[in-house]
Design a protein around this ligand. Structure first.
Ligand SMILES: CC(C)(COP(=O)(O)OP(=O)(O)OC[C@H]1O[C@@H](n2cnc3c(N)ncnc32)[C@H](O)[C@@H]1OP(=O)(O)O)[C@@H](O)C(=O)NCCC(=O)NCCS
Length: 164
């Protein structure tokens, strides 16, 4: 049984491993192994994860069963968009997907930002499972970008969900 709680520094190595495994399972077919290694090495290093943990106006959550971390989620208020919280990461280990862990993490993240009027997420256009998850949770498409995240050069659909 997994429960959702705030992440701590002690969790970060497990989160790093979870992200590497889940990223390869999700994105290797779209981007290739090398690109995934490059991005996950850059975005999910321990220093990168630690700086997210320390960021203000942000929530870093994990799903924990007492021994293992089965999923993680990270959202932060946007620096540039008014009253918008950006869901930067939501990842569940492949073997634990479709058991409600993503839904539980998302439900918690949704309640953490009382000042936000909307939540935004960028999704790889070919990632149909994630798109199905977000549509089932009230998101709809508002645009596209050709550079998802931090200088990735990857395209993404931009989805939003009203929170009020
Ligand atoms: C997308 C993800 C976070 C969803 O988490 P999850 O724990 O697997 O999903 P849940 O079991 O909580 O699903 C909740 C609902 O979302 C929808 N959903 C989730 N996965 C789906 C899929 N593969 N296909 C269709 N609908 C899906 C369903 O409505 C589901 O409810 P149901 O199982 O009662 O039908 C998870 O599958 C994941 O980590 N995927 C790989 C990484 C990824 O793409 N992350 C998002 C990056 S933007």
């Amino acid at each position: 049984m997994f429960f959702v709680r705030t992440a701590s520094e002690r969790d970060l190595e497990k989160v790093r491993v979870l992200l590497a495994e889940t990223w390869h399972a999700t994105y290797d077919t779209f981007y290739g192994v090398e690109k995934v290694n490059e991005l996950t090495g850059r975005w999910h290093s321990l220093p990168a994860l630690k700086s997210r943990l320390e960021r203000k106006n942000a929530e870093f959550l994990v799903a924990d069963d007492g021994r293992n971390i089965g999923g993680m989620g990270y959202a932060a208020m946007s620096d540039t968009l008014k009253k918008t919280v950006v869901l930067h990461q939501l990842y569940v280990l492949p073997k634990l997907q479709r058991q409600g862990i993503g839904r539980d993490i998302f439900a918690e993240l949704e309640t953490c930002f009382p000042d936000a009027e909307r939540m935004r997420v960028e999704v790889e256009p070919q990632n149909l499972h994630a798109l199905a998850f977000y549509r089932a949770h009230g998101f709809s498409e508002v645009g596209r970008t050709s550079d998802c995240g931090d200088a990735s050069g990857l395209p993404a659909l931009i989805l939003e969900k009203p929170l009020v």
